[in-house]
Design a protein around this ligand. Sequence first.
Ligand code: GDP
Ligand code: MG
Length: 177
Amino acid sequence: YGEFNQKIDYVFKVVLIGDSAVGKSQLLARFSRNEFSIDSKATIGVEFQTRTITIDQKTIKAQIWDTAGQERYRAVTSAYYRGAVGAMLVYDITKRQSFDHVARWLEELRGHADRNIVIMLIGNKSDLGSLRAVPMEDAKEFAQRENLFFMETSALEATNVESAFLTVLTEIYQITS
Ligand code: GDP
Ligand code: MG
């Protein structure tokens, strides 16, 4: 509700990428509906969710795209990246392999997306600190070297999720306007 008859000043497409099971769909559920489900099935069908926010008295519709389980087969298509002005590149802080694959995702993203795309590296599941397999410093260094924003989040506990998306959307707004 509340969106009815509302004038939209901008629509920003943001894509979620990263290995399977890192929490992309739950980050999206948290940001778009403030929901989380423990037993989220592999994403089926749903292409994107939207949430309308206000920056600088402008109404911005964030259209956040989620891979429909395509990440398993490295079959994310160029249509997925087309028109994206932002990307959330997600790994799981408890799964070293998901961080090792970040460089590959970045390469694929840069090969397909607009060169001005705003990218946030996200280390998700920060609530599982006792199982940590990726030191925050490693990710920070990588992000700095590659010119990415970086945050650790927990979709489960709703930590930094809002902040991560709003940082990216605000940066896009500043570049666009
Ligand atoms: P996707 O394949 O990247 O879309 O990952 P999902 O969003 O489907 O999440 C995969 C699994 O990780 C599910 O069992 C989620 O409940 C769980 N999960 C997602 N985010 C978090 C989080 O922040 N903390 C914890 N502890 N589990 C999470
Ligand atoms: Mg998913």
